[in-house]
Design a protein around this ligand. Structure first.
Ligand code: HEM
Length: 330
């Protein structure tokens, strides 16, 4: 946050040691570079990458970048392991993702006593922990961050929906603007959940995902050989009249109808089957909490309501600019 603040602020800077900020900025830039580099390894053949200087230099640079990320993450994991070891057994550990993964299947795991000894798995190694955290960063940051921007945009364009959301949030928090949100609040924020789902339906943040055919199959009336790569078009399915009434209408109330369930495979914001998004529950909790906690305290409007939503689509549809006016609610 401090790094991002410093990047966008000309005169005022965050009150943080600059070495620490520089280190994290470097890490964030390396992650961005990694994402850009993925295209190189997907679309440029190994032959070109190994023997053509232009591609070789670029791919070597990306590989160095991955090594840098791995080293940084290994240092962070080792440091946290040390902190956990130095924490007395009667002192609780923090609930963050890294601590939970390091302590999983050890006696410091909060669920350890509930695990049947025969079923208990071994704790994870550093490279496994690094893989999980890295997946979380790559797949779980831009997705949630962009979706919350789209939520702000759609709420600003639908004051009736925003009003109903304020009513729900104010009823649940009873005008308390600071108390921490609880698990039962998250279950009770049904309209906020409906808003998250409806924004995700009408404006997909991940617009498609790939599948490869294991064996020949018929799809869409055509025969396809084994190993054909297909892309499942989330956007098209979310706007298909066969599955959705008035698909182009932003209507969170459709999710509030008693017993409403989308038709099978017609709501696939998180994909489906074996490769379904493993972060889906975390993502929903984050988005419901963010929506409720931001709007219980602030009202957010758009500077220019007529301006179209500015986005750029690659693997994720990213919001490139959203100028907003944030006011404290009375
Ligand atoms: C609004 C938020 C998110 C959206 C819309 C989203 C969407 C998706 C989609 C569509 C897929 C492909 C699923 C498939 O192929 O069937 C996916 C995969 C994945 N997501 Fe998410 N995701 C979100 C948040 C997260 C979070 C918070 C995490 C982790 C902390 C995460 C981790 C992953 C991982 C690791 C995969 C790859 C799974 C695999 O290939 O087996 N995602 N996500």
């Amino acid at each position: 946050m401090a790094g991002y603040f410093n990047e966008i602020s000309d005169d005022e800077k965050a009150e943080r040691p600059s070495a620490l900020v520089d280190e994290t900025v470097k890490f964030v830039h390396a992650i961005r570079k990694y994402i850009l580099g993925l295209l190189m390894f997907q679309f440029v053949s190994p032959f070109l990458r190994h023997y053509f200087p232009y591609f070789k230099n670029k791919s070597d640079d990306y590989i160095q970048n991955i090594k840098f990320i791995n080293q940084r993450m290994d240092t962070i994991i080792k440091r946290r392991r040390q902190e956990i070891e130095n924490t007395p057994l009667d002192k609780p550990l923090p609930n963050d993702m890294l601590t939970s993964i390091i302590t999983a299947n050890t006696f410091r795991d909060v669920n350890y006593n509930k695990i049947d000894e025969k079923e208990a798995m071994r704790p994870m190694t550093d490279p496994e922990i690094r893989g999980i955290i890295f997946d979380g960063i790559i797949a779980g940051t831009d997705t949630t961050a962009n979706l919350i921007s789209f939520i702000v945009y759609y709420l600003a364009h639908h004051p009736d929906v925003k009003r109903k959301m304020f009513d729900e949030v104010d009823r649940i928090f009873q005008d308390d603007k600071t108390r921490p949100i609880t698990e039962s609040d998250v279950h009770n924020l049904k309209y906020c959940e409906a808003i998250v789902k409806e924004v995700a339906r009408i404006f997909s943040v991940v617009n498609s995902f790939p599948r490869s055919l294991e064996k020949p199959d018929e799809i869409g009336g055509y025969q396809w050989p084994a190993d054909t790569m297909l892309r499942i078009n989330i956007d098209a399915i979310h706007h298909n009249e066969e599955y959705w009434e008035e698909p182009n209408k932003f209507n969170p109330d459709r999710w509030m109808v008693e017993g409403f369930e989308p038709k099978k495979n017609s709501f696939i914001m998180f994909g489906g089957g074996l490769r379904v998004c493993p972060g889906r529950k975390l993502a929903m909790i984050e988005l419901i909490c963010l929506t409720a906690l931001i709007f219980r305290k602030y009202d957010i409007d758009l500077i220019d309501k007529k301006a179209p939503l500015k986005t750029e689509s690659a693997t994720v549809t990213a919001c490139t600019e959203l100028l907003v006016d944030i006011k404290l609610r009375n």
